[in-house]
Design a protein around this ligand. Structure first.
Ligand code: GDP
Length: 449
C-alpha cells in the first residue's frame, strides 16, 4: 500500500540505561527522520546525529537507524531514533515527527502494519503483544516461540494436509460416477485420520499455551457456608466476595484473578450447589456447572466439621473439571486437625482455615505445583489464546463430521465440513484459503474440463 500515512510513537520508553526509542513507519519515515537527524540516512547503517527541533535547538543526540521497505519490522520504511533522553525528550521527538508529517500511532499499529504487509501472521502478531505482556521468563519464552512461527507453522502444516484432502474430495465429486474407493478412498480416510491426530496434539498444546498466557483457570465449588467466599478473599488478599452467614446467598459468580508466582488463577465463586432451591439458585447451579466444564481445576471446599454435608453433589459436579483439589476448611474449629481424611475425601485433601490462614501456605504451594505441571515450561511450548483454542476445536469438529459423512458416502456434505474445518484453521493465522483450493485443484489434477 503506497497511500498509507506515516506513524510515529515511542517504541521503547527510556529505560534504566537511559536509552529510549522513537519509531517511525511509513512512506515518509526516511525524510522525516532525515529532517530531525539533519543528515542522510543509509539503510541499516547506524548514524550518530543531533536531533533538532523546528527552531534548530537540539532536542537530544543519539543514533538514527533506517530500515528500507520491505526489510523492516512493519515491511514499510522504518526509522528508529535512539535517544538517551527522559520521557519528556522522547515525547518532544514524537511531536517533531508529527510536525514533519507523521501522526501518532495507535496501540499495536506497527504490528498491525506488519500483518497487513505479510511480515507476521495473526498468531505471530498476537505473540508480539504476549511477549510484551509476559510476566515471567517461561511465558516470555513461549511467546517468543509463537512469534518465531512455531505455532503458525504447525497450523499451516495441518491446513496444507487438509487442503490436499479437500482437493481429493472435490475431485471425487467431479467424478461422481466412479466410486470413491477407486479414487483412493482408503487413502483419504488414512490421511484424514492422520490429520485428526495431528490436530488433537496441536489442540492439546494450544490449550497448554493458552494456560501459559492466561494462567490456570480454577473454580471454587462447595456447599453453602463451607467458606468458599472467605477462601477466595484470603487468597485474593482483600474483601472481594461477600461473606455472610446465611446459606445460599453467594448467588453470583464472582471472577477474581489471583497471581501467584506469575501464574494467573481465576477463581470463580459459585452459588452453593444445593439440590432444589428456587429459580435463582437453579440458575446459579447451571452456571456453576458450565464454569466447571471450562475450568482446568475444581477447588472443592468442604466444612471440616461436617465434610459429609453436600459432599456427593459437589464431588459429582467437580468431576466436570479435569483436575480437583480438595480442601477441608475451618480447620481452626476442629480440636484436632490431621489424622485420617473423612470418608469420601481424597487423602491429599488440605486442611485449611480461611479465618486464621492456617494451611494457606500449603495451598499456595499446591496451586503453584498444579500450575507448573499444567503449564510447565516444556520444550516447544508456545503461547496461544482462547481464540486459537476455539478455532482448533471447530476445526477438529468439522474434520470429525467430514469423516462421518465420507463413511456415509455423502461427498458434498464431507466437502462442506472439510471447508469449514479448513476455514477455522485459516482464522488462526489470518490467511484466506478459499482461492488456494481452486489453484490446487487445477495445478495438481489437470482435470481439463
Ligand atoms: P460460602 O457460602 O461457602 O461462600 O461461605 P462463606 O465464605 O460465606 O463463609 C460462611 C461462614 O463461615 C462465614 O460466617 C465465615 O466467616 C465462616 N468461615 C469461613 N471460613 C472459615 C474458617 O476457616 N474458620 C471459621 N471459624 N469460620 C469460617
Amino acid at each position: 500500500m503506497t497511500d498509507r500515512d506515516t506513524i510515529a510513537a515511542i517504541a521503547t520508553p527510556a529505560g534504566a540505561g537511559g536509552v529510549g526509542i522513537v519509531r517511525l513507519s511509513g512512506p515518509r519515515a526516511k525524510p522525516i527522520g532525515e529532517g530531525i537527524a539533519g543528515r542522510t540516512l543509509i539503510a541499516r547503517r547506524a548514524a550518530y546525529a543531533r536531533f533538532r527541533d523546528s527552531d534548530d535547538a537540539i532536542i537530544d543526540d543519539g543514533i538514527a537507524l533506517y530500515f528500507a521497505a520491505p526489510a523492516s519490522y512493519t515491511g514499510e520504511d522504518v526509522v528508529e531514533l535512539q535517544a538517551h533522553g527522559s520521557p519528556a525528550v522522547l515525547h518532544q521527538l514524537v511531536d517533531r515527527c508529527c510536525a514533519l508529517g507523521a501522526r501518532r500511532a495507535r496501540p499495536g499499529e506497527f504490528s498491525e502494519r506488519a500483518f497487513l504487509e505479510g511480515k507476521l501472521d495473526l498468531a505471530q502478531a498476537e505473540a508480539v503483544a504476549d511477549l510484551i505482556a509476559a510476566s515471567d521468563v517461561r511465558a516470555a519464552r513461549a511467546a517468543r516461540r509463537a512469534l518465531e512461527g512455531e505455532f503458525s507453522r504447525r497450523v499451516e502444516a495441518i491446513a496444507d494436509a487438509m487442503l490436499r484432502a479437500r482437493v481429493h474430495v472435490e475431485a471425487a465429486i467431479d467424478f461422481a460416477d466412479e466410486p470413491i474407493d477407486t479414487l483412493g478412498g482408503p487413502q483419504l480416510q488414512a490421511d484424514l485420520s492422520a490429520i485428526a491426530d495431528a490436530l488433537d496434539v496441536l489442540l492439546r498444546d494450544a490449550e497448554h499455551g493458552r494456560r501459559l498466557r492466561d494462567g490456570l483457570h480454577a473454580v471454587i465449588v462447595g456447599p453453602p457456608n463451607a467458606g468458599k467466599s472467605s477462601l477466595l478473599n484470603a487468597l485474593a488478599g482483600r474483601d472481594r466476595a461477600i461473606v455472610t452467614d446465611v446459606a445460599g446467598t453467594t448467588r453470583d459468580l464472582l471472577h477474581e484473578a489471583v497471581r501467584i508466582d506469575g501464574v494467573e488463577l481465576t477463581l470463580v465463586d459459585t452459588a452453593g450447589l444445593r439440590e432444589g432451591g428456587d429459580a435463582i439458585e437453579r440458575e446459579g447451579m447451571r452456571r456453576a456447572h458450565a464454569e466447571l466444564e471450562r475450568a482446568d481445576l475444581a477447588i472443592v471446599v468442604l466444612d471440616a466439621r461436617d465434610p459429609a454435608a453436600g459432599r456427593e453433589a459437589v464431588a459429582a459436579a467437580a468431576l466436570g473439571a479435569p483436575a480437583q483439589l480438595w480442601l477441608l476448611n475451618k480447620s481452626d474449629l476442629l480440636p484436632d486437625a490431621g489424622g485420617e481424611p473423612p470418608v469420601g475425601v481424597p487423602g491429599d485433601a488440605l486442611a485449611v482455615s480461611a479465618l486464621t490462614g492456617e494451611g494457606l501456605e500449603a495451598l499456595h504451594a499446591r496451586l503453584r505445583a498444579l500450575a507448573a505441571g499444567e503449564a510447565g515450561a516444556t520444550d516447544g511450548a508456545f503461547t496461544a489464546r482462547a481464540r486459537h483454542v476455539d478455532a482448533l476445536r471447530r476445526a477438529a469438529a468439522g474434520l470429525a463430521q467430514a469423516r462421518g459423512e465420507l463413511v456415509r458416502d455423502s461427498l458434498d456434505l464431507a466437502a462442506e465440513a472439510l471447508r469449514q474445518s479448513h476455514d477455522a484453521l485459516g482464522e488462526i493465522t489470518g490467511r484466506v484459503h478459499a482461492d488456494d483450493l481452486l489453484g490446487h485443484i487445477f495445478s495438481s489434477f489437470c482435470i481439463g474440463k
